[in-house]
Design a protein around this ligand. Structure first.
Ligand code: IVH
Length: 662
């Protein structure tokens, strides 16, 4: 092979491996046509034969699928403290009294603001440019999340004046975007976030900024801690607003506590009308010289207080308790209620968590109960009004028999949960098979709950291994299933036969084993045979696998029923592939000098911040000292110069991959 043909073959191999990695680590979907290892081997040997064709961006020189180095940290010049809470008007008034006493005057201004329910960040601008965004962290040191902060559209990148300042604010999810996010996650078979705050917290620390951008986070700026100060906090916020910062329209400045109290009470009643969650009101003594005089306690400023709203409650009647049976057989009591309005939604179900909780509440069927919607979407029963309990009210116990299969339920020593121990229980089987076919497991997207239910009830399958024995005729005879759909189902099943060991381990639904542990285990043991022989101690020796997972995995494979299930999977033709081994080490970006050129999918500022967050230095001219040129479309003279100086040229996808955790 001459250098020219080697070059085109190498390019092709790199592209294939790149696509494969991307599909596997980022989209979490595809199964390779050719064996991944063969591709890598071929590429490696070509690169050894033709060393001139080796580049740092080759997949053979990159650490594939390693978690991103943690976010860089930043020490807050001014610590990010929390606020002291007050829970009633009386407490609020005594906070104001003590401030007046310290200040020795009645002439006090108060700034009133909504208390947004999200997470605090600090944002630094230098000469008018957004240079850094940092999480609160432990208050003293936070994570640098600049690329993610830059995805927030309402936040200015560049100020109209070349000011240097540090502002703080709350990142939050609007109710609408939160709903959309959860709908998207449900469609992708991903767990929903419990509330907008969790969703915001989960999103802001993602490593993939393009995913953060897709999530449409929002922010309200609520203070300036460094910069050209006005005489008061309210005036500072007005100035920030004029500079283009997203400052809430609801801030007010008052001179009496009567007005402050009225503001708190107004929002206590009207908070539901806001398009985002708030959990109280923040009252700040406005004039900065007063703030200075009042100072701080160890944890919070004396010049501010958070008036916390009481969680909204509703009273209704418990009609019955439904028992859900989960994948691992856990029985979950769910309260079925007389429908009642709570936080502007009609509620007819509430979680009771477990039977310990039922006993603690001393809950009876027919009881009048108080519901509360805290931060979570699903309301909770928080109290039972025993005074009005009727004589007929029946106490509630965990059922003796599983509502799905009739087996006797049991409670493991030391566990709160009651479980159905029957592994053949239809409810568990349904959940197990649903898990088996789910996207991150065997990814058979042509099979849904309705089909599984039909197959189970007609006894066409008993467990997931039977899916592989289904015939066209079995399927086409089912409700709402034509020839074409039957073909699709069979095709999906067939496609899943060649699969990564890690996916298969995850698909088995071993208790406590999530996607990540499955990958760690698969990488360590390499084959199913090795894993099945592994002792709990051997499992525990894997980094990040603790004793609970280790025990649960080894017990799973000791169980005879599980062993015969696995035997059946192998008999029907499941072929397991090992995990791709990582090829090389070294953080690709940290400490490297990078030049950016050409048109990229996002602005150059975003790429700059993203690379800097990974520890790179960004310069504007290509020289011998340049490590990489990140080139987008239509790159011109810089690309030519890089090629001349033998500087490695990388593309966006490569950088994303370097920055991507598994
Ligand atoms: S001022 C010294 N204003 O509430 C702290 N905080 O426990 C100054 N928050 O961590 C904070 N809305 O994340 C302030 N309008 C607002 C706020 C607000 C929400 C959060 C903030 C802080 C927490 C206080």
């Amino acid at each position: 092979m001459n250098q020219h043909t080697a070059h085109s073959r190498i390019e092709r191999l790199r592209q294939q491996i790149h696509d494969y990695n991307r599909a596997y680590y980022i989209d979490d979907t595809s199964i390779p046509d050719e064996s991944y290892d063969l591709l890598v081997e071929e590429l490696k040997s070509l690169e050894t034969t033709f060393p001139l064709l080796q580049t740092p961006s080759s997949p053979t020189t990159k650490l594939i699928g390693t978690p991103l180095p943690a976010f860089p940290t930043h020490t807050h010049q001014i610590p990010m403290l929390s606020l002291g809470n007050v829970y009633s008007v009386d407490e609020l008034l005594s906070w104001a009294e003590s401030a007046k006493k310290i200040l020795g005057t009645e002439d006090i201004e108060y700034s009133c603001e909504l208390k947004f329910d999200g997470l605090a960040v600090s944002i630094l601008y230098e000469k008018g440019e957004l240079v850094k965004g940092v999480t609160r962290g432990d208050g003293a040191t936070g994570d640098v999340i600049t690329p993610n902060i830059r995805t927030i559209e309402s936040l200015p990148f560049r100020l109209p004046e070349a000011l240097s300042l540090e502002v703080r604010g709350e990142i939050y999810y609007s109710k609408v975007n939160f709903e959309k996010l959860n709908q998207r996650r449900t469609a992708l078979d991903e767990p929903s976030f419990k509330n907008p705050r969790n969703a915001a917290a989960g999103s802001i620390r993602l490593l993939d900024s393009s995913e953060v951008r897709r999530r449409h986070l929002d922010i309200f700026i609520y203070s300036m801690v460094e910069g050209p100060m006005e005489s008061g906090h309210f005036q500072n916020l007005e100035k920030l607003k004029a500079l283009g910062f997203p400052v809430s329209d609801e801030i007010r400045k008052y001179e009496t506590m009567a007005e402050v109290v009225a503001y708190c009470q107004k929002w206590e009643h009207e908070k539901e009308q806001l398009p985002y969650d708030v959990d109280g009101i923040v009252i700040k003594i406005n004039r900065l010289h007063h703030q200075k005089q009042l100072g701080f306690t160890a944890k919070s400023p004396r010049w501010a207080a958070a008036f916390k709203f009481t969680a909204e409650q509703a009273v209704t009647r418990l009609l019955e308790v439904e028992v859900g049976v989960g994948r691992t057989g856990v029985l979950t009591p769910v309260a079925i209620l007389e429908p009642v309005e709570l936080n502007a939604t009609l509620v007819s179900r509430a979680t009771l968590h477990n039977y310990d909780q039922v006993a603690r509440l001393d809950l009876h069927i027919g009881d009048e109960v108080t519901l509360e919607k805290g931060g979570e979407i699903i309301p909770k029963v928080v109290a039972v009004n025993k005074d009005v309990r009727s004589k007929e009210a029946k106490s509630i116990q965990a059922p003796a028999l599983c509502p799905s299969c009739g087996n006797a339920v049991a409670q493991n020593p030391g566990e709160v949960d009651w479980r159905c121990p029957n592994l053949q229980c239809p409810a568990q089987q349904l959940e197990n098979i649903l898990h088996f076919v789910s996207r991150k497991a065997m990814d058979i997207d042509t099979i849904g709950p309705a089909l599984i239910e039909q197959l189970l009830s007609r006894q066409l399958i008993r467990d997931a291994s039977d899916l592989y024995l289904l015939k066209h005729g079995d399927l086409s005879a089912l409700d709402r299933m034509g020839d074409k759909s039957a073909d699709n189902v069979l095709e999906g099943i067939k496609r899943s036969k060649n699969c990564r060991l890690s996916r298969f381990i995850y698909a088995l639904g071993i208790r406590n084993v999530g996607e990540k542990s499955a990958k760690l285990i698969a990488r360590h043991f390499e084959t199913l045979e090795n894993l099945m022989q592994a002792s709990s101690e051997a499992l525990n020796q894997i980094d990040e696998i603790g004793p609970i997972i280790a025990k649960s995995v080894s017990e799973y494979f000791r169980n005879h029923e599980n062993q015969s299930l696995i035997k059946r999977f192998l008999e029907v033709g499941i072929a397991l592939e090992g995990e791709p081994q990582t090829v090389q080490t070294a953080s690709a970006i940290a400490g490297k000098t990078i030049v950016i050129t050409g048109t990229l999918s996002e602005s150059r500022d975003i790429w700059k911040a993203r690379l800097e967050a990974g520890g790179a230095f960004i310069t504007s001219t290509v020289s011998k000292k340049t490590d990489f040129l990140l080139a987008g479309e239509n790159a011109g003279s810089k690309l030519a110069k890089a090629e001349k100086l033998n500087v490695s040229v990388i593309d966006e996808a490569t950088v994303q991959e370097w920055l991507q955790s598994e």
